[in-house]
Design a protein around this ligand. Structure first.
Ligand code: NDP
Ligand code: 8X3
Length: 251
């Protein structure tokens, strides 16, 4: 049966792969991001299955206006994938750029809750719906330079759990997907466009692909209605935890 899927951050990486995967399965997909031309390119591939929604998720006005003016054929959203997000910088907390912190909070936290708050009432009225948030292993495990980014993903983890608590009895499902190292434009953005630095992150290892995350999203969504996948944590086989760090006094 054809469903209506809304995906933020659908111009690149996980969001783009997820949009393509759902469209290939015959679903209607609302693709949201700031880079409109990339969304239009996707629409050219799948024609009227795709609705292009140019949007900055940090803008409450843009979110309200975009969702209030959805065409009838796309107005009953069955799945919202809150994927738009970014990491900026890898400096220690005492050197990090505050502007980067503000932007991560505005996008990863505020953008995600604004989208959710706007979409949920219609889902609850229809007693149909699923919210899939894209968190990160950075929300559970600390690493040097992860500071504000990891904290935004910890918000996503707990917000997802609290949504489940609020939505009990409404039939709405909520899932948090928490990937580890995955090769997308993520590192290019994190290092402010420095391609050499970004490429080094994925050099000599096999990271997850955007399609791996799309598969996890689709699997969670396709479970029977009575099954709620609370969270999926996935890493590449080539990634694991390191030992806890201890600062030894130099003698
Ligand atoms: P990409 O940089 O490839 O994609 C990020 C997407 O987010 C783009 O489509 C971008 O679109 C969109 N986006 C960013 N800011 C905004 C905004 N203000 N409004 C609307 N859209 C926005 O990275 P990924 O695909 O890797 O990242 C997707 C999600 O996965 C993020 O939440 C990220 O934190 C998370 N993640 C990534 C991991 C990785 O290693 N790659 C691992 C774990 C989690 P545009 O610029 O056109 O607006
Ligand atoms: C992205 C994964 O480990 O770079 O969320 O924070 S990591």
């Amino acid at each position: 049966m054809t469903k209506t899927i809304m995906i933020t951050g659908a111009s690149s990486g996980f969001g783009l792969a997820t949009a393509k995967a759902f469209a290939t399965k015959g679903h209607k997909v609302i693709v949201a991001a700031r880079r409109r031309e990339r969304l239009v390119a996707l629409q050219q591939e799948f024609a009227d299955q795709i609705y292009v929604m140019p949007l900055d998720v940090t803008s409450e006005a843009q979110i309200n206006n975009s969702i209030d003016t959805l065409p009838e054929a796309f107005s009953s959203v069955d799945l919202l994938v809150n994927n738009a997000g970014l990491a900026l910088g890898l400096s220690p907390a005492h050197e990090a750029d505050l502007a980067d912190w503000h932007r991560m909070v505005d996008t990863n936290i505020k953008g995600l809750y604004l989208m959710t708050r706007k979409i949920l009432p219609n889902m609850v009225n229809r007693k149909v719906g699923h919210i899939i948030n894209i968190g990160s292993i950075a929300g559970s495990y600390a690493y040097p330079g992860g500071n504000a980014y990891g904290a935004t993903k910890a918000f996503v983890q707990q917000f997802s759990r609290n949504l489940r608590a609020d939505l009990l009895g409404t039939n709405i499902r909520v899932t948090n997907i928490e990937p580890g190292l995955a090769e997308t434009e993520f590192s290019l953005v994190r290092f402010h466009g420095d391609k050499d630095k970004a490429d080094k992150v994925y050099e000599d290892t096999q990271a997850l692909t955007a399609e791996d995350i799309a598969n996890a999203v689709i699997w969670a969504f396709e479970q029977p209605q009575h099954v709620n996948i609370n969270s999926i944590e996935l890493m590449p086989t080539s990634q694991a935890w390191a030992a806890l760090a201890v600062d030894k006094v130099q003698g």
